[in-house]
Design a protein. Structure first.
Length: 173
């Protein structure tokens, strides 16, 4: 009898684990580099089926997101809506391309849902994580936040330390 109860409990646990992991995997989108998307942004080609947003401030953007109109975007206060027909679009794309995050290059990415369907584009020098709520047709994007602690602030010279002292400390730790 104990073996039957244990087998039943293990079966329920296995089914629950499979169901939960299936839900978790289904909610993440895939982002992959695309030379074609990079070229489209460089040539200022827009997709009329997309809505666009920029990350951070209009005069200091870190990325541009284009998303299929079928989906809503959960961006928060760090995101601004970007009209692709306005001169602002050209300015923001130019700033994203011309001023990448230190040590990186600006690249175009495809945003793919769990069924392999292209649902958007990302143009930035930052990496991004994509989460998709399929029930609500809601997309959220997570990125590093260099505007909170710029990479230049991490250099030892900015903190008044000599480079040799910095290397000495790094070698100890």
């Amino acid at each position: 009898m104990r073996a039957t109860i244990m087998r039943g409990a293990m079966t329920i646990l296995a089914v629950t684990a499979a169901w939960v992991s299936g839900c978790a995997v289904a909610s993440f989108g895939t982002i992959r580099p695309s030379a074609d998307i990079t070229r489209q942004f460089q040539d200022l080609e827009i997709n009329p089926n997309y809505r666009y947003w920029y990350l951070n401030q209009e005069n200091n953007p870190f990325g541009v997101l284009g998303l299929d109109r079928e989906y809503d975007f959960e961006g928060g206060p760090m995101w601004g809506l970007l009209d692709p027909d306005a001169a602002t679009f050209k300015k923001v794309v130019g700033l994203v391309q011309g001023f990448p995050v230190k040590g990186s290059i600006t690249t175009g990415f495809e945003i793919i849902d769990s069924q392999g369907r292209l649902i958007g584009v990302w143009f930035s020098s930052l990496t991004a994580g994509i989460t998709i709520d399929f029930a609500k047709k809601m997309v959220s994007v997570s990125t590093p936040t260099p505007w909170l602690r710029p990479y230049g602030m991490l250099s030892p010279e900015r903190n008044g330390e000599s480079l040799s002292g910095y290397r000495r400390i790094r070698s100890l730790g």
